[in-house]
Design a binder for this molecule. Structure first.
Ligand SMILES: *Cc1c(COP(=O)(O)O)cnc(C)c1O
Length: 411
């Protein structure tokens, strides 16, 4: 029976060698320069997706390329059985520049969030509250694709077919303090929030809501976790987006832009939280190896240089004004501009896939997000001229997307 089935499967096996877990656009890029990407067949695109908010220094940045090449030629990986000076330096710089007292390095966003939740649980456990293991998360959240982070994400579509969801995550509506307070029980350990929901549709947490979450955590003895994997590392115009609210979390996850496209994640925590993960309680083989840390140190060299983040803020405001003008001009295509810093989106009236395709036809790369949004997360090194060019492409792309009736009425 099995043999027969295998035979049939082989006859009809049309699965690509590269597992088809993504609906990929038919574009293959051969090289990039700054904010531009070039295809094998010679076309060029303005990259306002940055590999999903990851290529923070754009493509072929000379400092990042040199740092990786030099470190690769010395030593790439030694394991965490030895001291890694590049990791010590990176941790110290992140600590000096943030709320945190200590950093743990890993390899992806989901892995960072897993460690973040472990830290929250372990800190409550060691403080005499082993019953406090649940984390309050938000509707529309995205925290990654591991089994536990699927549960933290809570999206039924992502959980479907993968067996029993991991226990311990409760979901409440975003920006709703009453719902948060109502969801707190004797088993609640902490709260995990994206200051700007990326995948969920570029929905920003109100700054007052973030302040209220901090106060609520203090009131109930809960730990506040920020998932800044997409909105952190300079993208908001400050190193971390929660800084705009004037509060600090207890623990934070970073990844995506942290090493400019080299795979890396990080957990930053205050001392009272961090001290509960000791030798033997958490680990990773690749995390924080010399090569990844050299890349991340090069990214910090750029984004922590005096004036750089102020420049991100300046460019972000220019992009925002342009998006607002587009919404005003083409209300039958664009419903609303959303976001913070260089993580922004256009909520669309027509399907966002059509809008994204029209932008690509104009030579502009963007990324779809939930809630019918097209997202822009350009490299942080984007210039005024490139923003102006992107806005012109968005306008031409938007004009293509006008519903036919409106188009004929106007012309
Ligand atoms: C991308 C993302 C993750 C998951 O990161 P991976 O590196 O894909 O595991 C988690 N949280 C947020 C907010 C993200 O944007």
């Amino acid at each position: 029976m099995l043999a027969v089935r295998e035979q049939q499967d082989n006859d009809t096996a049309m699965i690509p060698a590269l597992m088809p877990t993504y609906n990929r656009a038919d574009l293959a890029f051969e090289r990039g320069q700054g904010v531009w990407l070039y295809t094998q067949d010679g076309r060029r695109f303005l990259d306002f997706g940055a590999g999903i908010a990851t290529s923070s220094l754009g493509h072929n940045h000379p400092l990042l390329v040199a740092a990786i090449a030099e470190q690769a030629a010395r030593v790439m990986h030694v394991s965490n059985l030895y001291r890694v000076p590049q990791a010590e330096r990176l941790a110290q710089r992140l600590v000096d520049a943030s709320f945190a007292d200590s950093a743990f390095f890993c390899n992806s966003g989901a892995e960072a969030n897993e460690g973040l939740v472990k830290m929250i649980r372990r800190a409550q456990h060691d403080a005499g509250h082993p019953e406090r293991s649940r984390v309050i998360c938000f509707e529309g959240a995205f925290h990654g694709r591991t089994l536990a982070m699927l549960s933290a994400t809570g999206n039924a579509k992502y959980l479907h077919g993968f067996g029993p969801p991991v226990e311990g995550f409760d979901h409440v509506p975003f920006n709703n303090l009453n719902a948060v307070r109502a969801a707190i029980t004797a088993e609640t350990a902490g709260i995990l929030i994206e200051p700007v929901q990326g995948e969920g549709g570029i929905r920003t947490a109100h700054l007052q809501f973030l302040r209220d979450l901090r106060a609520t955590c203090d009131e109930f003895g809960l730990l506040l976790g920020m998932d800044e994997i997409q909105c952190g590392m300079g993208r908001s115009g400050k190193l971390f987006a929660h800084e705009w609210a004037g509060i600090t979390p207890d623990v934070l996850s970073a990844a995506k832009g942290i090493a400019g496209g080299f795979p890396m994640g990080a957990i930053l925590a205050t001392e009272p939280v961090a001290r509960h993960l000791v030798a033997g309680s958490h680990g990773t083989t690749f995390g924080g190896n010399p090569l990844a840390c050299a890349a991340a140190n090069a990214v910090l060299d750029v984004i922590l240089a005096p004036g750089f983040l102020a420049g991100v803020d300046h460019h972000a405001r220019m992009l925002w004004r342009g998006l607002e003008a587009l919404v005003a001009e083409l209300p039958d295509v664009f419903a609303e501009a959303r976001g913070a810093g260089l993580l922004v989106g256009l909520k669309c009236v027509v399907p966002n896939a059509e809008v994204q395709a029209a932008f690509a036809a104009e030579g502009l790369l963007s990324v779809m997000a939930g809630d019918n949004v097209v997202r822009f997360a350009p490299p942080l090194i984007v210039s005024e001229a490139e923003i102006a060019e992107a806005l012109a492409m968005m306008r031409r792309g938007g004009l293509r997307c006008r519903p036919a009736a409106v188009r004929t009425a106007v012309t």
